[in-house]
Write a new protein. Structure first.
Length: 202
């Protein structure tokens, strides 16, 4: 698979910017007694929503009106809130990256996710493989998932240097690796988005 450290730094830099934007919001939640859910609770929310049940918990709110995103290469579509905006990063000048990153922004400080795609050998994606590719990335609470039939893993990733925790969903389809990164607080909304994911080619 292998994700380069340069690419990982790009991802972490994007998420860190979003963390800074939302830090006051998070501190207010904590002081009012509405702090982050436990890891196990958040994982349960994600898996419950992902399995197609109605998500009833969550810490962020998204617009129920959705629109359809279609990938530029025509490989897949999914539904996401109309209030979100998206942009694709130009990485053609990065010699260490042959992938593409698309970032989706909502109105809330943690209503954000990104999708990184890169050519892949279709070998099994496991937490052990992730750890081998990115040694300074701690994998927690992993679950086996299927995105419209594409097998992969969902887990929390903790960067050993920044200690930033992110929700990671990695899966592959037709020789492409998909790495989705978001906030743990966006679990149920991310699961709802993934539940609408459809491949346009076998």
């Amino acid at each position: 698979m292998k994700m380069s450290q340069t690419q990982r730094n790009v991802i972490l830099s994007l998420v860190i910017v979003l963390v800074v934007a939302g830090i006051i919001f998070a501190l207010k939640q904590k002081s009012s007694g509405n702090g982050d859910n436990s890891t196990s609770t958040s994982t349960d929310q994600f898996m419950t929503a992902f399995l197609g049940q109605t998500p009833t918990l969550g810490t962020t709110t998204v617009n129920p009106d959705s629109t359809t995103y279609s990938s530029p290469d025509g490989a897949f579509t999914f539904n996401y809130p109309k209030s979100f905006t998206s942009n694709t990063l130009d990485q053609t000048s990065d010699a260490n990256s042959n992938g593409q990153t698309t970032v989706f922004h909502g109105s809330g400080p943690k209503d954000n996710f990104q999708i990184y795609t890169v050519p892949f050998d279709n070998s099994p994606i496991t937490p052990e493989r992730v750890k081998a590719d990115i040694p300074d990335f701690n994998v927690e609470n992993n679950n086996v998932i299927s995105v419209d039939g594409a097998q992969g893993v969902a887990f929390y990733g903790v960067d050993a240097q920044s200690h930033l925790k992110t929700r990671e969903i990695w899966f592959s389809h037709n020789s492409v690796l998909y790495q989705i990164t978001t906030y743990p607080e966006f679990d149920t909304q991310m699961a709802t988005i993934l539940a609408s994911w459809k491949w346009l080619a076998p």
